[in-house]
Design a protein around this ligand. Sequence first.
Ligand SMILES: [Mg+2]
Length: 293
Amino acid sequence: MINNSMILIVDDEPANIQVLAACLKHRYRIKVATSGQKCFEVLAEQEKPDLILLDIEMPGMNGYEVCEKLKKGPHESIPVIFVTARDAIDDEERGLNIGAVDYITKPVSPAIVDARINTHMLIKHQRDLLEKMALHDQLTGLYNRYYLLEEANHKVALSRRHEYELTLLMIDIDHFKDINDQHGHPTGDAVLKKVSSLLIELNREGDITARIGGEEFVVVLDHCNAANAEIKANSIREKVEALKPDGINVTVSIGVAQLNDDDSDGGFTGMLKRADVAVYQAKELGRNRVVLS
Ligand SMILES: [Mg+2]
């Protein structure tokens, strides 16, 4: 995993880029940018670097400015290492204070560059892994309840501030216990995975899909009112019914609730409770159906 990592080298002098790339290219993929401006252009691309090596003295935006901007933006978690001819203690202190993880002075020693970068890369990957484990359900890869509750309050606040509609689907697999009992838990797990993959496939960017219980899922839909959410829920219900994972008939009951002003506890918990009641009603009415709260 670490061997496939990508490093972005930002330096205005091609000779410096070549020296660094020569130290690193046997182990990492390399991208380059010859100015601060170009650094942000590279960061706007689909694949983000795992680590940035940043020169300080550059025309236009200097390295400190690049680092400060980076640490305030969406890429703040990418580690930055300054690689610079400035060897004064004050410069190093400044670099570390604005968020760089390390400071290497030129001329560089290839062995030192290699060793330091490997250390930071390892820390970065361990942190990414911990974050993934903390926020995702291990079996399905969907977000977990913790992430949902953390993120949902944020979504509720945005929806209230900007006055757009926010809706929630609570999706519960019908008679899941019977599937486990009749076919065994490995098959039950396979069903959960296949339903989860379908939910991800049907996601729009920005929707949250989480597994919050054994066979219970939640989808949070931004900019979506109850009527449109009901259409979406019915489409999910039909697609699950058509899925027949491992030849087993699987259906879901779905409760739909739109955020309203009366929802308690800041909003999300109230909406979640109403969706839960709607799922219960869908079960009572015979399952494999959608009920609007
Ligand atoms: Mg320079």
